[in-house]
Design a protein around this ligand. Structure first.
Ligand code: ATP
Ligand code: FE
Length: 333
């Protein structure tokens, strides 16, 4: 099969072409416009998708070296995400499927972050069942995965996502959006035990990050009142300590989930799975018998290749959707 996949759930317009489980092209147009606002502005995102989608799809087809008429299905992100953004991808996918007279496949964005592990690039793939851990800008979930599209969320955040915790802490320190990658870089130069932040409580396998952000806010206010240059003088140590605490919050529940389910196979996904501290901490778990799956960087943040691989498994089962399908900003697993 040749599947053309479109991802437009947030601020990146992405298009990929997959030949079966292999990626022929994966093109993403990022939107720099949001940087100056310190976060994604939905109105602007939707407008940027509208101007990016045609060239992005064209380049993806060109890079794949195939002809449009060779395509066997069109896939798109149905949700969850921003309504205005999802609508652009959804309507574009529909009209393309209609004009080429080929099936349309709807994909769940968070399932796709997990299924990115099945993109074939010569690596091992997780066997079922495994624990999918989606750590991104909008989600923090522990998911029991028993089949390609059989996923059960067994733990989730009650407030902010871990990516937001990175981004908001970074904003408090004057870092640009998204701050996650910058904190990651600076943390490598700092001392993770320099400052201590509290671990918020949450029941069961659930997470809470909003209390953490508030703790960082108060801590910085207090220190800055004593020394106005506190952040500048301690930036690397602050980043290392913040990242260290966020990893601790994540792993506390991850360890609990492994213990409770007896599943030691763990596959991370989502933008925050690019974090080097998380990758190192996870690799260390292999000594305790965990079987770890870490996606390549290009498949961590939003990308259409992961939408394509999710669609491929639906394609094999002939699971298509009608042209009356609609975008769903809130879509459960
Ligand atoms: P969702 O998938 O929940 O809808 P999203 O699609 O906006 O949210 P992603 O693109 O998967 O989120 O991830 C973006 C997030 O990943 C941002 O919060 C960003 O700061 C974070 N991120 C990216 N790289 C790193 C890194 N190296 N360390 C920490 N965070 C990172
Ligand atoms: Fe995402």
């Amino acid at each position: 099969s040749y599947i053309l996949a479109i991802e437009s759930s947030c601020d990146d317009t992405s298009c990929a072409i997959l030949k079966n489980n292999q990626v022929l092209s994966n093109v993403t147009a990022a939107q720099a416009i949001h940087e100056q606002y310190g976060g994604v502005v939905p109105e602007l995102a939707s407008r940027a998708h509208q101007s990016n989608i045609v060239p992005t799809v064209d380049v993806a087809i060109k890079n794949a070296g195939i002809d449009k008429n060779e395509l066997t299905a069109i896939a798109f992100t149905k949700g969850p995400g921003l309504m205005g953004s999802l609508l652009v991808g959804t309507s574009f996918a529909k009209s393309l499927a209609l004009s080429l007279n080929i099936p349309l496949i709807d994909v769940h964005h968070m399932q796709a972050h997990i299924l990115a592990h099945f993109i074939d690039h010569g690596q091992r793939v997780p066997e079922f069942p495994f624990l999918g851990v989606t750590i991104s800008g909008g989600h923090t979930q522990i998911v029991r995965v028993t089949d390609y599209h059989k996923m059960e969320v067994i733990g989730t955040t009650q407030d902010d996502a871990i990516g937001e915790a990175f981004d908001k802490s970074g904003k408090l320190m004057g870092l640009g959006y998204p701050a996650g990658p910058q904190i990651d870089k600076l943390a490598q130069l700092g001392n993770p035990s320099a400052f201590e932040f509290p671990i918020p409580k949450a029941p069961g396998l659930n997470f809470s990050f909003s209390g953490f952000k508030t703790a960082v806010l108060y801590f910085l206010q207090k220190e800055k009142s004593k020394n106005p240059n506190f952040v500048e003088e301690n930036l690397a140590d602050l980043c290392a300590s913040i990242q260290h605490t966020l990893i601790k919050i994540l792993f506390k529940k991850l360890e609990k989930a492994v213990k409770e389910t007896g599943i030691k196979r763990v596959a991370i996904g989502g933008g925050v799975s690019a974090n080097s501290g998380i990758r190192t901490a996870l690799q260390a778990k292999q000594q305790q018998g965990w079987d770890i799956f870490i996606p390549p960087f290009e498949y961590t943040t939003d990308n259409a290749a992961m939408i394509g691989i999710s669609a491929y498994f639906k394609y094999l089962n002939q699971e298509f959707c009608g042209l009356d399908v609609s975008a769903a900003p809130r879509l459960s697993m």
